[in-house]
Design a protein around this ligand. Sequence first.
Ligand SMILES: O=C(O)Cc1cc(O)ccc1O
Ligand SMILES: [Fe+2]
Length: 344
Amino acid sequence: MQMRWKPFDLPSGAKKINFIEGLKTVCGAGDPKTKNGLAIHVYSCNASMENTAFYNADGDFLIVPQEGWLQIKTEFGKVFLSPNEIAVIQQGIRFSIEVSGPCRGYILEVFGRHFSLPDLGPIGANGLANPRDFLIPVAWYEVIENVDYKIISKYQGNLFVYHQDHSPFDVVAWHGNYAPFKYNLKNFMVINSVSFDHCDPSIFTVFTCQSEKPGTAIADFVIFPPRWSVQEHTFRPPYYHRNCMSEFMGLILGEYEAKKGDFLPGGATLHSIMTPHGPDFNCFTQASVEELNPCRVAEGTQAFMFESCLGLAVTKWGAETCRKLDLEYFKCWEGLKSNFTGPR
Ligand SMILES: O=C(O)Cc1cc(O)ccc1O
Ligand SMILES: [Fe+2]
């Protein structure tokens, strides 16, 4: 199955929607009860969470803003997050999000395990997302008492609420290593082929959430950053492929080098396990004739992929309610024909 979504709606009109009210689940696999799996959500909001905090009892959130900044107040301090940055807020941590104007983004949630940097293997001591570039908040607190403060939790996929008379952000200091953090994608040190052939995009892994089986992941967060392309004797765009992973892609900025048509910022695509896919007709045609000089690719853009070894199922919201499914997606490959001429 291959699917493409037009950009998910930003809130329009006077109606105020906060981050939690604007959170919708597109697809997922597994289950928080057995602590195995993932969910992919999108958010769309235009209002701050007023005297309201949230915590996720099910797993960790990796937040990828696409439009608008988020000021995330947490029990550990504040995380100010702009598009092209990402943040991880782990299971149980209370947070409240302030915004100014319409915001949209993607969330990768993993149940049961945490995100970690990938093993670098022969890459060695440094590269890809370097630990030095991760920012954790400094302690910050507020004393707000005699109010009606709502704490919303997500537990086994459902939202619950309780009320207390004070702000939960009253932690004056903390120590330890279980804390939210952010990372700017522009700091990613890109590694790629400098001779021939197209690398597996696992070379662009920012984070992984490992499964029991080495080499496969509950979820990988992979980016397609601006970079040089220099390979010789190679069809440089992504190869046409079928593989053992579910590939959900989103676009933060600009266009994705292999699909410059109707895959738009704030939209998404999904290729399920073993569904064939690859560059669109225009990309194929151009890459088949262009001279292989060193050139910049993905300049001014940022596409990403949430990839999983599990089979993702699309929710009713993702398939119907959002009304964003683009039934014309298959047309981007129309025109591709067999170019095999046989032995000559
Ligand atoms: O399908 C996609 O567009 C993502 C992707 C990119 C790439 O460079 C190689 C493999 C792959 O799945
Ligand atoms: Fe792919």
